[in-house]
Design a protein around this ligand. Sequence first.
Ligand code: ZN
Length: 230
Amino acid sequence: MCPILGTCGLASAFLAGRLHPTPAFNSGFFCNEHPAVLGESLHLLFCKISSLTASVLTVLHLLQQNNEAYCASGVHKPLPLGVAKRLVVLTCMDSRIIPEALLGLKLGDAEIIRNGGGRVTEDVIRSCIICQDMLECDTILCIHHTDCGGQHAVFHPAALAEHVKAKAQELLGLGPGGINMQPIYPGMLEESVREDVSKLRAESRIKASTSLFGLVLDTASGRLKEVCKG
Ligand SMILES: [Zn+2]
């Protein structure tokens, strides 16, 4: 028995099957019949783990530095709970979209709800009801956009459905059909906006007095086009 086995949590994890050595580290592990290989393997392994940990910490450290700079800039102000423009913006999570910049909004002006595609889901409806009933919002913009990942993923809707089911089952332990991905089909961007605005309008918990607008964003130019009113 290797003397390290009794004290090294990493070795125990390997033995318990919770960690899997990569090809670079898979020979001579924890075997005192080959002490030289063991030493080399352990050295490489811990270098690798240290490197990965360091890179994660570096990213976090940089983000924390950014946050410090943001706080020091004076841009962020304490504000009371509320939505100055009584506006809700529902849009895609795409990294190329900054809703506040597109619409000239400032801190405290609007509630921003984002998900894949900017689709209306049960949780979006829940958030809209909170905005409407508790924060006095009276306008909802639903913004879909060109070159959306939700379009790329659905070149073949049936294939996507099967892929998503398998992936969900694999990652989340859900049964087939556990997630409705609400894909946006190629060439049907305006239809998907109309569909979502109609879905909100048909929702009995959204007040008739709440104004609904559907728009499409040209991701390349940043220009918005109005598609429909609810
Ligand atoms: Zn998108």
